[in-house]
Design a protein around this ligand. Structure first.
Ligand code: ADP
Length: 355
């Protein structure tokens, strides 16, 4: 039995021609951590709102443990949602905020006490139980919101951009904590974010959305190493993947900017292509087949450095070790790891088929 099934979920808002979400298809196993990632307007909130029941589904169904809950009211779904804006009660202490839903549901006092304690320990809030939200930092507030969600022991957790109000360090810490709590509880989780790095570092599987249409579903590694189209290749990974117009010739060579980018492409038909290669797959080298460019910018990152190189009329990003001593204005040679070059069709931007 699949724990959660989304079968062709679609949404068209009134007076809008474009579908906000089209034929969304996903099966989720119990305990999985799924990230939905896409740029603004790709349909992430629409999907979440349909899952919680705040927005009506135009077409398709949503099954939770084989029960069709598509048209259930939000409160009958046993789904807990954590928002970006925390939504805590300002006049209540942390303890009362966490206990609130359980009190409303008239759960037994001792059970409430035990669950509050357990959630506070899991989310490192024990010292803060008597505080009011206004005296907490953003990260602490977010942890209270999570604690409030976990005491419900819902069938599904929906996290809507839960890290986006936090500064970089807290974002990382809270992300790790969310994953820890997930692993402890084995709670099935859907995490929605526009930030690809969060999706990639936290989730078991990532769903990439664009314009309401799923582009790819896979493990972070699959998405990064085998993108099925140019959008996924560009959206996932930083710096953005280098892309070039190119041509495959009859001898199997890939020609970019009139230079031979590789010789090993005879498995593809002769045609115009879009070639894409990540910054770490271009290497500074004077070896055979190298190209020359001029360094325009260097970004020191600590563990490595990113250099922008002007090669003819394109600017490309190359990631190198900090051992390579380079300077702006310097002429350098580079080679491309041709096994790591992705090829996409010029027409529909899909991964090119081999012959
Ligand atoms: P995201 O959360 O990824 O930014 P949304 O789900 O908010 O994307 O939006 C998807 C599309 O649906 C967008 O084109 C947006 O303009 C449209 N949309 C979202 N909410 C409404 C609404 N309530 N009424 C009409 N159109 C909407």
């Amino acid at each position: 039995m699949t724990y959660i099934e989304m079968q062709g979920l679609s949404k068209q808002y009134p007076r809008k021609e474009q579908w906000a979400l089209k034929d969304f298809q996903l099966s989720i196993e119990k305990g999985e951590f799924i990230a939905i990632v896409g740029p603004s307007g790709s349909g992430k909130s629409t999907l979440l709102n349909m899952l919680t029941g705040f927005e009506q589904v135009t077409k398709g169904s949503f099954l939770l443990e084989e029960e069709n809950v598509t048209n259930y009211s939000p409160k009958n779904r046993n789904i807990a949602m954590v928002f970006q804006e925390y939504a805590l009660f300002p006049h209540m202490t942390v303890r009362d905020n966490i206990a609130f839903g359980m009190k409303v549901r008239k759960e037994n006092k001792q059970t409430i006490e035990e669950k509050v304690h357990w959630a506070a320990v899991s989310l490192e809030l024990e010292e803060l139980l008597q505080e009011k939200p206004k005296s907490l930092s953003g990260g602490q507030r977010q942890r209270v919101a999570l604690a409030r969600a976990i005491v419900r022991e819902p069938k599904l957790f929906l996290l809507d951009e839960p890290l986006s109000n936090l500064d970089a360090k807290l974002r990382e810490q809270t992300g790790v904590l969310i994953r820890q709590v997930h692993d402890q509880l084995k709670a099935t989780t859907i995490f929605v974010t526009h930030a690809q790095d969060e999706a990639m570092s936290l989730a078991d599987r990532v769903v990439v959305l664009k314009d309401g249409v799923v582009q790819q579903i896979g493990t972070p590694r699959e998405i990064y190493e085998a993108p099925v189209n140019l959008f996924t290749a560009s959206f996932i990974g930083r710096p953005e993947i280098n892309r070039f117009d190119g041509e495959i010739h009859g001898d199997g060579s890939l020609i970019v900017q009139d230079e031979r980018f590789g010789t090993d492409f005879d498995r593809f038909p002769v045609q115009q292509v879009i070639a894409a290669v990540r910054s770490e797959d271009i290497h500074l080298s004077d070896g055979a087949g190298s190209h020359s460019g001029v360094i325009k910018k260097i970004r020191y990152m600590g563990s490595d450095q990113l250099i922008s190189v002007l090669w003819k009329d394109v600017l490309l990003a190359i990631r190198t070790s900090t051992d390579s001593s380079v300077s702006v204005g310097q002429k350098i040679n580079f080679t491309v790891d041709q096994k790591k070059v992705f090829l996409f069709s010029c027409n529909d931007h899909k991964k090119l088929n081999e012959v």
